[in-house]
Write a protein that binds this ligand. Structure first.
Ligand SMILES: *[C@@H]1O[C@H](CO)[C@@H](O)[C@H](O)[C@H]1NC(C)=O
Ligand SMILES: *[C@@H]1O[C@H](CO)[C@@H](O)[C@H](O)[C@H]1NC(C)=O
Length: 211
């Protein structure tokens, strides 16, 4: 048992060195800690602690009989924030307002040409809210030194209409899909509720609607 776990981890290490990789370095993103190990299992947390730029397809390839030791698919979606849990990043919740400009820095450790976007994602439903804040339809990270606007860029926080007021509810997710490999980094943030939540006036076909 112990021996087979050790060899699994050894294989994970080799795969991590051979394949590719990237993450968001700024602002602070979710990282694997105790909450992630509790939801996704120790094998998963150990895998990403060894290489925080790795990706779920490599994790699954390194564990062909499935993730076992504590992995709970209901709590851990390997394709949302790599499965990393909010509680491990609770100390790094960014406070934004609509219109704020957020500077991001991405580290592409190994290139894989693909497409990418930066979006606000509702973590409960894993649905993108609104349009992507930024997207690259193709040609993203085609070389280890990609154009600087692919690794250092800014996004503007949109109006979120009362969503994302609670920490953990939403993330700014950087998503890159290159050559069959999925990379995601998540920034936890909140925005305050709209100022006139009780009596906001909207004109709808000439009528005033109170919300
Ligand atoms: C990723 O891991 C590297 C090497 O261990 C570390 O220096 C870096 O701070 C980590 N970055 C993030 C965003 O977790
Ligand atoms: C944008 O990112 C989301 C994940 O946040 C992903 O589901 C979607 O496929 C991406 N779209 C494009 C066009 O890259």
């Amino acid at each position: 048992m112990h021996f087979s776990l050790a060899s699994t981890l050894g294989l994970a290490g080799l795969v991590a060195q051979a394949a590719g990789h990237g993450l968001v370095q700024k602002p602070a993103t979710r990282a694997p800690g105790d909450a992630t190990a509790a939801a996704c299992g120790k094998t998963m947390a150990t895998f990403y602690k060894a290489d925080n730029t790795s990706y779920p397809e490599a994790l699954l390839r390194a564990n062909p009989s499935g993730l076992k030791d504590g992995y709970d698919a209901k709590k851990c979606n390997l394709y949302l924030c790599r499965g990393y849990q909010f509680a491990d990043n609770a100390a790094n919740v960014q406070k934004y307002k609509p219109g704020d400009v957020v500077d991001l820095e991405v580290w592409i450790r190994i290139a894989h040409e693909g497409h990418a976007n930066v979006s606000i994602v509702d973590t409960a439903s894993n649905a993108v809210i609104g349009a992507p804040l930024l997207s690259w339809a193709k040609g993203y990270a085609a070389s280890t030194k990609p154009p600087v606007d692919q690794t250092k860029f800014s996004v503007k926080v949109p109006e979120l209409g009362g969503k994302c007021t609670e920490a953990g509810a939403c993330v700014v997710q950087w998503y890159w899909f290159g050559q069959g490999q999925t990379y995601e980094s998540c920034i936890d943030f909140t925005v305050p509720a709209p100022a006139h939540a009780h009596g906001r006036r909207d004109n709808v076909r000439g009528r005033r609607v109170w919300q």
